[in-house]
Design a protein around this ligand. Structure first.
Ligand SMILES: CC(C)(COP(=O)(O)OP(=O)(O)OC[C@H]1O[C@@H](n2cnc3c(N)ncnc32)[C@H](O)[C@@H]1OP(=O)(O)O)[C@@H](O)C(=O)NCCC(=O)NCCS
Length: 147
């Protein structure tokens, strides 16, 4: 994604997360040299149409042989269509290409859809951070994938 996708990403953040990243946070993430910002875009119906808005996004980072997923989200109107898993696979493909050995992330213990998606991609539970999240309160589950 690029500068044109900042507003859309922040809008989805606000719609989806209680601790939403602001436009400024998304912009600052995209400017980070080690950061990765992937978007899922619907195919254009006909040439010359306005560029479609992102239907989902993944924000992460890759440093040396380690990577972390910060956010993965799909537009609530387009869930269960493979967007989240496609973004995750694209990120893991980039990780493999760049020699990453370990990918980690943290997820709310109550976030069953995301936990299943990560487990499907090969991530395993690596720890529990008690009462890590607020609004609403929740434990954090650390998940890791060795590539
Ligand atoms: C998690 C999320 C990104 C999944 O995106 P998605 O595009 O709907 O997911 P996919 O269609 O690629 O599904 C991938 C797998 O995830 C799991 N999954 C996704 N939604 C699920 C649900 N509602 N219930 C159970 N499993 C679910 C399934 O294992 C699914 O594989 P399957 O369809 O073959 O069974 C989406 O639910 C979302 O945006 N959630 C809010 C944001 C969030 O919590 N992000 C993760 C923490 S940063």
């Amino acid at each position: 994604m690029g500068a044109d996708d900042i507003a859309r990403t922040a809008l989805l953040e606000k719609e989806i997360f209680s601790d939403a990243w602001s436009e400024a946070s998304v912009r600052s993430h995209m400017a980070g040299a080690a950061n990765v910002s992937l978007g899922a875009f619907p195919a254009e119906d006909s040439p010359g149409e306005a560029a479609p808005e992102a239907a989902g996004y993944l924000l992460g980072m890759i440093v040396c042989d380690e990577a972390e997923v910060y956010r993965v989200a799909a537009d609530p109107a387009r869930r269960r269509q493979g967007i989240g898993s496609a973004l995750l696979e694209a990120f893991l493909g980039e990780c493999r290409a760049r020699g990453v050995r370990l990918v980690s992330l943290e997820v709310r213990a109550a976030n069953d859809p995301a936990i299943r998606m990560y487990a499907n991609a090969g991530f395993a539970n690596a720890g529990l951070r008690k009462d890590y999240y607020r609004d609403p309160a929740d434990d954090g589950i650390v998940m890791r994938l060795e590539l």
